[in-house]
Design a protein. Structure first.
Length: 297
């Protein structure tokens, strides 16, 4: 602690003097359709993206990553990036900067900061981010009270981010993001192709080259062990668990289409037996496929 120079205050305890500037701008939240695209951008400030629902692909300096519901990405200044919405999406976004050299330097040195929804870092940031985007509404007043609330919640965000970047390991590298994104995208695309081929061409995935994690990782030209390790580092779950989440989403969608039988849905998703699919679906949702279909008619 720095003491006062004054003799009359030499034994006093003091707080640090503040003479810095925080910048917070470009903050917004909106819903966009699949295919929505922002061309290549580069900013002088940090940029935060939080996916509230849906998914998008972010191209960063020749690499790409896929963000899904709940994911948080912080892009450092002067990094080229462009964004494409993959699935109807709502998101929260803002830019920020600060004069404090210690935190600014640390954030820049860490590079890209990516926290999937399942990570502890993500969960720690969510409360302050939620308070910020909840302030956004059509009748919002840009008055002094609102500005103080923005500064308070933004400060809470910076306090958490400062603590994380002080004690946490280095942020995920672009190389890891590239491979994890390739695996995630490959699983998504091949599952959709598998369902399409079955529905439109009658191709049974159980009798052909069924979708497997091993196959998708091999197409990324990396080993199964390294691909699984990188994927879990980035997404917080194994590729197999991620594929199960994708199958649950597709199963729920297909069950809402009356023309598709439970057997057809289980086959399209690659299950050898309808009973296996039914047991798995009940583990996911607590309901059988028929119960889910009847409840959502």
């Amino acid at each position: 602690m720095e003491p006062y120079h004054s003799q009359t205050l030499k034994n006093a305890l003091r707080l640090p003097a503040l003479s810095w500037r925080l910048t917070f701008f470009g903050d917004h939240s909106q819903q966009v359709k699949a295919g929505w695209h922002i061309g290549t951008e580069r900013h002088l400030a940090f940029e935060l993206i939080q996916i509230l629902a849906g998914s998008e692909r972010v191209h960063l300096a020749q690499d790409a990553s896929v963000l899904t519901t709940g994911d948080i990405l912080i892009i450092p200044p002067n990094l080229d990036h462009d964004i494409t919405c993959l699935q109807d999406m709502s998101y929260f976004n803002f830019h920020f900067g600060l004069d404090d050299q210690e935190l600014s330097t640390r954030l820049i040195e860490r590079g890209l900061i990516y926290y999937p929804r399942s990570t502890q870092q993500n969960k720690e940031l969510v409360p302050s981010l939620t308070e910020l985007w909840r302030l956004i509404r059509p009748d919002m007043q840009y008055d002094f009270d609102t500005k103080l609330k923005v500064q308070k919640f933004f400060t809470d965000f910076l306090i958490t981010l400062n603590r994380q970047t002080t004690i946490r390991e280095q942020a995920t590298s672009l190389t890891k993001l590239k491979y994890a994104g390739m695996i995630a995208s490959g699983l998504q695309q091949q599952l959709k192709k598998q369902i399409f081929d079955f529905n439109h061409h009658g191709i049974d995935p159980r009798l052909t080259a069924a979708l497997t994690v091993k196959k998708v990782i091999s197409e990324a030209q990396i080993s199964l062990s390294y691909g699984s390790e990188v994927f879990k580092d980035v997404y917080g779950v194994s590729p197999r668990a991620y594929l199960s989440e994708l199958k649950l989403v597709e199963a729920k969608h297909l069950l809402l289409i009356p023309d598709y039988s439970i057997l057809a849905i289980s086959t399209a998703l690659g299950y050898n037996e309808q009973s296996h699919f039914a047991r798995q679906f009940k583990r996911w949702t607590g309901m059988t496929p028929n119960q889910y279909r009847n409840r959502n008619r």
